[in-house]
Design a binder for this molecule. Sequence first.
Ligand code: GRG
Length: 302
Amino acid sequence: MTEGFDLDGYLAGEAGPVQAALERVVAWLEPQLPTDAAGAASHGLLSEGKRLRPVLCMTAYRACGGAARGEAPYDLAASLEMIHAYSLMHDDLPCMDDAELRRGRPASHRIHGEDATVRGGAAMIPAAALRAWDAAHALGCSTAVAGRVTTALLQAAGGGGMVGGQWVDIEGEGQSLSPDELDVLHRRKTGALLEASLLVGAVAAGAPEPVLSALGTYGQSIGLAFQIADDILDATQSAATLGKNPSDAVLEKSTYVALYGLDDARRGAEDQVETAIMALRQAGVEAPALVALARYVVDRRH
Ligand code: GRG
């Protein structure tokens, strides 16, 4: 299904419009904030990441028949990166993971200070909802559909999703979580926003419920695969290669590698990728880019 699909070319083609959408966010947000918070927000939004969430959103949008060109679909996709970027800024704070390095650069608070990072990051949460709401309308969605899009984003970001997962993660430091507990943690902390990336794009494109359900399964499965791959990378690669620190071992986090060992963890990630691809097939979603992205999640090098 992905034979001949040029994922590198696809990602390179998406990089420019995604970056341009993030630059529009910065130009819109900066005048609303004090200079130091604006600097932190800009750092978080524009520093070099893989942009997986906006790419998933755009890919789902197109796979579900979304045909709009121009800025609006990328503005919608950028709302996912806004939530993700704020979460990385706050995750690195001394009260959370106390990280020095993120995306190969000093973490936001190391350059802009803790206060500016907290404020700039917090401002990005309602800003993301506003941008999603406006972009959905610009795409021609009804108010009901725009509301559904925005709700999907905020639910994934909230206590039942990313924030809740982060909470469990922090509480779990220094403890051995069970396999089920670790799955629940990562389904919320990482999987919820990846799933929402697909749903936001698909709902905006008017996808029917069975397709939304399949994309939900796909998103949750690649979310777990992504996290298992993250744990494997963390255990096998240097901070310089990964562009981030500290390691899970330093933070005394439970990991899939510690629970299952490297080989079984790899097999578990592959199984999740197959589950994701199967969900697409069963719902008749023909999207070679989504198949390739599922494989990329476990094959990536950082
Ligand atoms: C108030 C408890 C509380 C939480 C606030 C900080 C926070 C919200 C949540 C943290 C969520 C978090 C850091 C999840 C990890 C997500 C993850 C897998 C990050 C790495 O994603 P990549 O590899 O990063 O896609 P790039 O840099 O490529 O964008």
